[in-house]
Design a protein around this ligand. Structure first.
Ligand code: ADP
Ligand code: MG
Ligand code: MG
Length: 884
């Protein structure tokens, strides 16, 4: 049997149905579904997306069966409408509308009134007794067809129209008389001829062919390609074409056209929402020629049709069990529906609507949980840019830490720290380093020109919940001049700058922000997620304050406390530095002894904040040179503080210099070469736990060794830890349990997980390093080429943002299995940035991890993703919720 390329709808039934979005596009499927449901829809037919794919696969040729199928559909349409396509006495006019599976603003504009010509216009005048209407319809058609099919600038036509209005000294289009319109048409035709070298097509079939093919062509126009890239829509889906008989909202005051939502899409409130214009056609509402009125007034203007519209849209919402975004036209008091689709909404509205619909028994809790994009919850937790604001976007970087911030530009951390208390500032750096933390903390937001999603700025900002745009390579930062440049614009210190860390936008000037508002529905919703999920969700937090935020967002423990962040604080850094420049064990021990009380105090605070929840503490990880001064001046300052000659400090820094520090002297290699560091850290951790145990607060610290690749490394460090821990407990006379485990972040550790598990009491996948080492991509440098990889579609996603499930994920899956083969109940978690990425969280559920750990502000996102993972796997196994 020949392929069916054309699907008819009308006369009470349709060939297609609502589930056929892939083939008919969203619009076509909706028109079919409404027709089948008895909703008044102007009849027509849909040419499938198969034809579009064929068109691109076959050098822009169409399947030969199409012509006949299209002709048959048009015959049927003429019969139902009792009108003839191109028949001047009783003309059938149609619209030609594009419609892909997903609604795509970049696609071709709809052409209305197709089938009209000089002769038809005359016939239409007679038939309707409305000459003005007929000529206006013709005028509009030439304009739309000329623009969309022949590619003539809209302004070329608008000039003609404006000239006519000017000549007649009138303001509104509606004031144009029949003879004005005739003149305009004559001039439009000239514009068309001049531009194309041909006369305007009078044959309706030629018009149809032109419009139809233009729809297919528009699938690959730059706007559409860009939109698909932004929204990760597959380029091979193709678009359908809908040919639909016209109804006219511009036939007088009992006619109208409008758009609306069954509930308020920005608040989620259950109220009829939308706008309309009387005596207007299609695009007039959105084009802003006249100001449309709020839809409730339609009840006063055309009461019967309004009543019917309320009833039909309520029926549609029930049928689709979701908010509908609809378009309608009223022709002489008669209502027609032209489109219905799932309404886009803000995150706040999504949560409210989901919860309300469960209460209304329209959907189940599981469906409600699937209705909200986990990523969208971010909008609820951070300030966002007022959607009404006019923005001057000057650059785009990585959306490194969500939320928007507006403030005055400062270019060094000290100024940020100093001024940040008094006024909003944005800290702008080439890249940040640990010396900048105080400035980052005082700033409203952070902007860097270099570094990826796991760069220092990104990681620290996320932990603080500070908006951050990182790796904005387009801007040229000069920290010396205190400026940055972008495309001829120079931004100086004190200039207002706004960043949007949720999208990566950098905006010039001060912009109004809207503070997050967490509604009661949010709590209810998250409660459902918690009841559904299997994965525990912990947070990455290094200091008591971050731990507090994490708890507020629902974290059930700390999955990663990076102890080195404790050493960067101003009151500790000098001792840390003293320890590093020490040339013998004794001097090192002396410096460490000074650090001990600080560390212990930090852990006491952290344990207290986490109130009995598990806390995983990673022993020191970064290369030591990161702690040392970078310039001679800084070395001099330090020299005075710690009484070590400047030259010695400089020399130590020199000696610690590494060509590739990421693969250098770091992680467990530090503890192995300097066991006294591990000893001190263990004393601090276990000492803190003992103190709390005496207060009756139970904590089970999980001590984690970084960068292990070999079981012997783990064993070496574990021996030190056990020895010190047991002694500390004994000395304190307390009862404390603790665990010793390891990061799995070196591929060798993953591959030999069965050996490692013999010593490790838990695994935590450090997927930042594991990704770096598995792919061989430096995470600090990858920003540069990953962009190209994404553009060229070599990668679909940035592997530092969303887990490379096939590669890195395979290592994880294998390691879990190997580990649990040795220790059945081995606790496994993830603490890389991926722990807060929805797709990665779902993967972690599937491979059976016990928990994910992410930055505090991503905790709600992880909670929802974990719940969705359960629902999705249930659906896959065929039990419960079905995915549509
Ligand atoms: P978009 O996807 O840009 O909304 P549409 O094809 O849905 O494009 O519609 C553009 C405008 O034209 C809408 O206002 C719609 O209601 C109107 N329209 C489309 N087809 C018809 C028709 N057959 N009769 C009357 N108006 C129509
Ligand atoms: Mg539409
Ligand atoms: Mg690591």
């Amino acid at each position: 049997m020949a392929t069916k390329y054309v699907y008819f709808f009308g006369g009470g039934k349709a060939d297609g149905k609502g589930t056929m979005k892939d083939l008919l596009g969203g619009k076509g499927a909706g028109l079919a579904e409404m027709t089948n449901a008895g909703v008044p829809v102007p009849p027509g037919f849909t040419i499938t997306t198969d034809v579009c794919r064929y068109y691109y696969a076959n050098k822009q040729k169409l399947p030969k069966e199409l012509e006949a199928q299209q002709k048959a559909a048009m015959d049927k349409l003429q019969k139902i409408m009792k009108k003839g396509f191109g028949d001047p006495k009783n003309p059938l006019l149609v619209s030609v509308r594009s419609g892909a599976k997903f609604s795509m603003p970049g696609m071709m504009d709809t052409i209305l009134n197709l089938g009209i010509s000089e002769k038809v216009t005359a016939g239409l005048s007679e038939l309707t007794g409305n000459e003005r209407f007929a000529w206006d319809a013709y005028r509009r058609f030439i304009q739309m067809y000329g623009n969309v099919v022949a590619g003539i600038e809209k302004s070329d036509f608008e000039h003609v129209l404006e000239a006519q209005k000017h000549k007649r000294n009138i303001k509104q289009d509606t004031e144009l008389t029949v003879s004005d319109l005739k003149e305009v048409v004559a001039n439009y035709l000239k514009v068309y001829e001049k531009h194309t070298g041909e006369s305007f097509p009078q044959d309706p079939w030629k018009q149809l062919e032109g419009a139809r093919n233009a729809v297919f062509k528009s699938w690959n126009n730059p706007r559409a390609i860009y939109y698909r890239k932004q929204n990760k829509i597959d380029d091979n889906l193709g678009t359908a074409v809908n040919v639909q008989s016209m109804v006219f909202g511009n036939m007088g005051d009992d006619s109208a056209t409008g758009v609306g939502f069954t509930r308020n899409p920005s608040t989620g409130n259950k109220e009829f929402y939308g706008e309309y214009l009387t005596n207007a056609q299609g695009e007039d509402v959105v084009a802003g020629i006249r100001t449309p009125r709020p839809i409730v007034h339609l009840g006063e203007d055309i009461p019967q049709a309004y009543k019917e519209l309320r009833a039909i849209t309520a029926q549609l919402e029930k049928k689709y069990r979701d908010v509908q975004d609809f378009e309608f036209t009223i022709e002489k008091g008669r209502l027609f529906m032209l489109q219905t689709r799932t309404g886009k909404r803000t995150a706040a509205a999504a949560v409210k609507i989901a919860v309300d619909m469960v209460k209304e028994k329209l959907i189940t809790k599981e469906e409600a949980l699937m209705r909200v994009e986990p990523e969208a919850l971010d909008q609820l937790l951070h300030p966002v840019i007022d959607p009404k604001a006019q923005l001057k976007v000057i650059a785009k970087g990585l959306a490194a830490s969500p939320g928007a911030a507006t403030g005055r530009a400062v270019f060094d951390a000290d100024s940020a720290a100093e001024r940040g208390g008094k006024e909003p500032v944005i800290l702008i750096r080439q890249e940040t380093n640990p010396d900048d933390i105080h400035g980052m903390d005082a700033a409203k937001g952070i902007l860097t020109a270099r570094g990826g999603m796991t760069s220092h700025a990104a990681v620290v900002a996320r932990g603080m919940g500070r908006p951050c745009v990182a790796g904005c390579e387009e801007i040229k930062v000069s920290e010396a001049d205190k400026t940055f440049r972008i495309n001829g614009t120079t931004v100086k210190e004190n200039d207002w700058v706004t960043i949007d860390g949720s999208t990566g936008r950098v905006i010039l000037g001060q912009v109004p922000l809207i503070d997050p508002e967490i509604s009661g529905e949010f709590g209810v919703f998250m409660g459902w997620a918690d009841a559904t999920r299997k994965l525990k969700v912990r947070a990455n937090a290094d200091i008591p304050r971050d731990a507090k935020v994490a708890r507020e967002f629902g974290a059930e423990g700390i999955g990663l406390c990076r102890t080195e962040h404790m050493f960067f604080a101003e009151d500790r850094l000098p001792f840390m530095q003293q320890m590093i420049v020490a040339t013998d064990v004794e001097a090192r021990k002396a410096a460490l002894a000074k650090l001990l009380p600080f560390q212990k105090e930090d852990f006491v605070g952290l344990f207290r904040e986490m109130k009995g929840y598990p806390v995983t503490i990673r022993l020191i990880d970064p290369p030591l040179h990161e702690f040392l001064p970078k310039t001679k001046e800084d070395a001099e300052v330090l020299s005075k503080k710690i009484g070590v000659p400047t030259e010695k400090i400089m020399q130590a820094a020199e000696e610690l210099h590494e060509f590739n520090p990421m693969l250098g002297h770091r992680g467990c290699r530090l503890g192995i070469t300097y066991p006294e560091i591990t000893e001190m850290q263990t004393k601090a951790i276990i000492g803190a736990a003992c103190d709390l145990a005496k207060e009756g607060i139970k904590v089970v610290p999980e001590i984690m060794i970084p960068l292990v690749g070999n079981i012997s490394e783990l064993k070496d460090q574990k021996d030190v830890i056990t020895r010190i821990a047991d002694a500390t407990i004994k000395e304190a006379g307390a009862k404390v349990q603790y665990m010793v485990g390891t990061m799995i972040e070196v591929p060798r550790a993953a591959v030999t997980a069965d050996q490692i598990a013999q010593e490790a009491e838990f695994f935590s996948f450090g997927t930042n390093d594991l990704t770096q080492m598995t792919l061989g991509f430096s995470r600090d440098d990858a920003g540069k080429f990953i962009k190209v990889y994404l553009d060229k579609k070599i990668f679909k996603e940035d592997p530092f943002q969303t887990l490379d499930q096939i590669g890195v994920g395979q290592l994880m899956d294998g390691a879990v299995k190997k580990g649990r083969g040795v220790k059945k109940d081995l606790k496994c978690g993830i603490c890389g940035e991926h722990g807060g990425d929805p797709a990665s969280v779902k993967f972690c559920h599937r491979i059976g991890l016990n928990y994910v750990s992410c930055s505090p502000f991503r905790v709600p996102i992880a909670r929802l993703s974990a719940a969705q993972a359960v629902i999705e796997s249930k659906a896959k196994s065929g039990s419960g919720y079905s995915m549509k």
